[in-house]
Design a protein around this ligand. Structure first.
Ligand SMILES: *Cc1c(COP(=O)(O)O)cnc(C)c1O
Length: 234
């Protein structure tokens, strides 16, 4: 049933390597995150057996049952969908990375009440570069303030930025958005905030991950090209 998954991954792997070669980057600097939303735990297991270790889910509730079913596997789970503050606590317990911090309120909810010796949760700030009303994410003008606030929080470690650019048929047209995200991360890095490292750029999906890698992506989020198409409602 999941025979294509292995072949799909092999093809994507080749394309990632080629994009790294073109841009003088090392394959190890790009994490392939398999976006498994809407797909069953067995599909994730098949992708794991084909070598993948990072998986992305959009919804806490849907992810929870899969994460529990796959608890025997050493998977790194990434939350890549919008997170409501009231789901922050379960999200913190289930996921190893949160890509979609988009408000001070959410960051505060993710930051646990001081628990000495507790692990830090790596997070990314989602930036809405298209300024599309329908998209989540902060405006770039809000980045400096939010980064500063997160830097002061217990239990959170700001590691970079994430973007979902507007969908454009030609991936070349998305390139300026990726470039802009990288520039914003560099600006923030230069401010040398305590406990903040902006080296992670979560950008690139099935149709544009090669351009994203050329522009410095360290985390590509690939769903359809690995698992096939999803039901229309997402
Ligand atoms: C669904 C989703 C993806 C994967 O999209 P594909 O086009 O299927 O690769 C990546 N990032 C986010 C935030 C998503 O919601």
């Amino acid at each position: 049933m999941f025979t294509n998954i292995r072949e799909n991954i092999a093809r994507i792997e080749e394309r990632i390597c080629a994009a790294c070669d073109r841009s003088g980057r090392r394959r190890d600097d790009v994490r392939l995150i398999a976006v498994s939303k809407t797909h069953p735990a067995d599909a994730i297991r098949a992708a794991f057996e084909a070598g993948l270790r990072d998986f992305g889910e959009s919804r806490v509730q849907e992810a929870k049952s899969k994460i529990l079913q796959l608890a025997d596997l050493p998977i790194t789970w990434h939350l890549i969908g919008h997170l409501q503050s009231n789901k922050a606590r379960p999200a913190r317990e289930l996921f190893h990375w949160i890509h979609t911090v988009d408000s001070l309120r959410l960051a505060e909810k993710l930051s646990p009440s001081p628990s000495p010796g507790g692990e830090e949760l790596p997070v990314l700030i989602e930036v809405n570069l298209g300024e599309e009303a329908s998209k989540e994410g902060i405006r770039s003008t809000e980045l400096a303030a939010l980064a500063q606030q997160i830097a002061q929080m217990e239990g959170l470690s700001l590691r970079g930025l994430m973007v979902i650019p507007p969908f454009l048929d030609n991936p070349e047209d998305v390139r300026p958005y990726f470039r802009r995200l990288r520039a914003l991360a560099s600006d923030t890095e230069r401010r040398s905030l305590p406990n903040v490292s902006m080296r992670e750029l979560s950008m690139g999906m099935s149709h544009d991950f090669e351009v994203a890698i050329e522009e410095g992506s360290t985390m590509v989020r690939v769903g359809t090209a690995i698992f096939g198409s999803r039901p229309p409602i997402d």
